[in-house]
Design a protein around this ligand. Structure first.
Ligand code: 5CA
Length: 160
């Protein structure tokens, strides 16, 4: 039930509802701020955490979202090749401006601005994955095809 969710988690729950999928946001007592904390709090493998990382295209200043498996590091050179310009890591303020959420709780959907999205192909080997849902305590469970459907992201080879 979403009755007791904080406002940021509720926003994500409403976004998910809008997609017509029955995905349920859960707020956990333990921190889910990082992939390893999230995996520990959920009781899943770090690999199954779909972390939403925001990058900034350095020339256009456009945001780019990479949804990566919790254990992988994103190769910025591969990302550069995909979007056609250099990228850098976004700072906290840029993340909030573009997504409407703070680092540690950035969800894969429901952002303030429309963000071009890439999905780490490694996530497709897991039946069940977990993504952040707006706060450093909120997550939701889904499968990779649902992630594909709700984000409209492009599956790519992106790890270092
Ligand atoms: N809720 C968890 C699991 S989904 C989560 O959001 N994990 S995360 O990995 O997607 O978010 C934390 C990420 O934010 C880190 O991997 C790191 O890339 C980024 N980050 C952490 N601190 C900063 C910072 N000060 N500036 C920019 N990015 C940061």
């Amino acid at each position: 039930m979403s009755g007791n969710l904080s406002s940021s988690a509720k926003k994500v729950q409403e976004t998910l509802k809008g997609f017509g999928v029955s995905l349920e946001v859960a707020e956990l007592p333990d921190s889910t701020r990082t992939s390893s904390e999230a995996a520990a709090a959920i009781g899943c493998r770090v690999e199954q955490i779909a972390k939403s990382l925001v990058f900034r295209a350095k020339e256009s200043n456009f945001p780019v979202l990479v949804i990566a498996s919790g254990i992988n590091r994103v190769d910025e050179k591969k990302l550069k090749a995909l979007i056609g310009e250099p990228v850098g890591k976004a700072d906290a303020e840029y993340v909030r401006e573009n997504t409407g959420f703070a680092i540690g709780g950035v969800p894969p959907v429901g952002h303030k601005k429309k963000i071009k999205t890439y999905i780490d192909e490694d996530l497709f080997q897991y039946e069940t994955i977990w993504a952040a849902a707006g706060t450093p305590h909120a997550v939701f469970r889904l499968n990779p095809n649902e992630l594909l459907k709700i984000t409209g992201g492009m599956p790519v080879s992106i790890k270092k």
